[in-house]
Design a protein around this ligand. Structure first.
Ligand code: TYD
Length: 212
């Protein structure tokens, strides 16, 4: 399937605790204040069906879920989001900001948990009908840094080694794809925000030039 790049679709990625939600809020506010039409969403979730899928995925009672079921549920939530939110909002002239997208599945389910990279990629191409973001910002953080900064609880329940593999996967994916820009998550919230805003503004300006 030929990738369908949506220039007004921008994704924020990173390991748990990298600061995506904080940065998403700041970016949303900054772009809105610039007078742009912005819509923010997240994965898994973002639609009524997606939020129900999210509950299953995050439910501790479902801890015996097998890897393929998990990967398919993330992809199912994504399929619904693309159809019900991403495409219609972009068509309506919005810039759609999304916390996590296909890269999360490749980093977590493939590099982190061990599913085949190509299999995860293919199931997600099917789920998304080839829709890919114009720009992805990867907030890169060593999980050990997060551990020192915020305490052990959440990180320990997934395991440092797992998140390390996820992080390395992200970096590998970013190194081969110019649409993924890496930002150093060790900087202050303010500095990370300014760097992200700079990248997003430059990207949107270039996209606008390209339309003229
Ligand atoms: P999220 O709500 O973004 O959690 P956090 O704010 O802690 O980063 O995501 C929930 C979890 O789902 C997170 O541990 C990452 C995982 N996830 C995957 O493993 N694969 C995916 O495709 C997605 C979208 C999320």
């Amino acid at each position: 399937m030929i990738p369908h790049v949506l220039k007004r679709f921008i994704v924020l990625e990173g390991i748990d605790g990298a600061g995506k939600s904080t940065q998403m809020n700041l970016l949303f506010r900054a772009l809105s204040q610039m007078g742009l039409k912005v819509f923010a969403t997240r994965e898994p979730g973002g639609t009524p069906i997606g939020e129900r899928i999210r509950k299953i995925l995050l439910d501790k009672a479902c801890s015996d879920m097998c890897l393929r079921t998990e990967a398919l549920l993330y992809a199912a939530s994504r399929a619904q989001l693309v159809e019900q939110v991403v495409k219609p909002k972009v068509n309506d002239g919005y810039i759609v900001l999304c916390e996590r997208y296909i890269l999360s599945s490749i980093a977590y389910q493939a590099y982190g948990a061990g599913l085949e990279v190509e299999a995860v990629r293919q199931m997600n191409t099917f789920a998304s009908k080839g829709v890919v973001p114009g720009l992805t910002i990867l907030i890169d953080l060593d999980p050990r840094f997060e551990l020192r900064a915020r305490g052990a609880d959440r990180i320990e329940c997934r395991g440092i080694d797992y998140l390390d593999r996820v992080r390395q996967g992200y970096l590998k994916l970013a190194s081969g794809d110019p649409s993924i820009r890496v930002v150093d998550g060790r900087m202050t919230i303010d500095k990370v925000h300014h760097e992200i805003l700079g990248l997003v503004s430059a990207f949107l300006n270039a996209a606008e030039e390209g339309r003229r």
